[in-house]
Design a protein around this ligand. Structure first.
Ligand code: ZN
Ligand code: ZN
Length: 150
C-alpha cells in the first residue's frame, strides 16, 4: 500500500474559511476507488483552537481527512456529520461550495447534513440520530475507520 502522497503546502490554509481547499479534482464516486483515511493533524488542532467549529479539513494530504483531536470526543451525530461533510468536499473538489459538498453526500450516501448550534460550536455539521448506525456501517464498508475505531 503506497503512502499517502503529500500535497502539503508551505502555508497552512487555516485562514478564516471553515474548510481548507486546494487540490481536489474528482467526484465522490471516483474517490471511493482509493481509500479515504482519517488522520489526526496538528494543524487541525491549531485551527480548532482558533475557531471552535473547525474540527477537520481536507486537501492537505491526498484522500485524507485531517481531524483535530477534539473531533474524536464529539457525539456521533456531529462526529459523523463533520466527517461526511469533509468526504463531500473530497468528492466535490476544491472550488466547490459548502452546499455542493453536502449535496454530494446526499447524492452518493443518501444522508442529509444538518447545521446545528450548540456547545460544540455554532452552525456545525451533524446528522440525525437515526442516521448514525447507517453511517457507521457505511464508513466501515468504505474502509474509513482509522480514527473512528479508536
Ligand atoms: Zn466545508
Ligand atoms: Zn491537515
Amino acid at each position: 500500500m503506497p503512502q499517502a502522497v503529500s500535497t502539503r503546502r508551505k502555508q497552512p490554509a487555516s485562514a478564516q474559511t471553515t474548510c481548507v481547499r486546494n487540490s481536489g479534482d474528482s467526484r465522490l464516486a471516483a474517490n471511493f476507488k482509493n481509500p479515504i483515511k482519517v488522520l489526526h493533524c496538528s494543524e487541525a488542532d491549531a485551527e480548532h483552537r482558533k475557531a471552535k467549529r473547525q474540527y477537520a479539513h481536507t486537501f492537505h494530504l491526498r484522500n485524507v481527512i485531517c481531524v483535530a483531536s477534539a473531533w474524536i470526543n464529539l457525539p456521533e451525530e456531529w462526529k459523523y456529520g463533520i466527517l461526511l461533510h469533509e468526504i463531500g468536499h473530497l468528492g466535490a473538489g476544491q472550488d466547490a461550495s459548502e452546499r455542493s459538498a453536502n449535496k454530494d453526500v446526499k447524492e452518493y450516501i443518501g444522508v442529509k447534513i444538518h447545521y446545528r448550534d450548540g456547545k460544540y460550536g455554532n452552525r456545525l455539521e451533524s446528522i440525525k440520530r437515526s442516521d448514525v448506525s447507517f453511517v457507521e456501517s457505511w464508513l466501515k464498508i468504505q474502509g474509513v475507520r482509522n480514527a473512528i475505531s479508536r
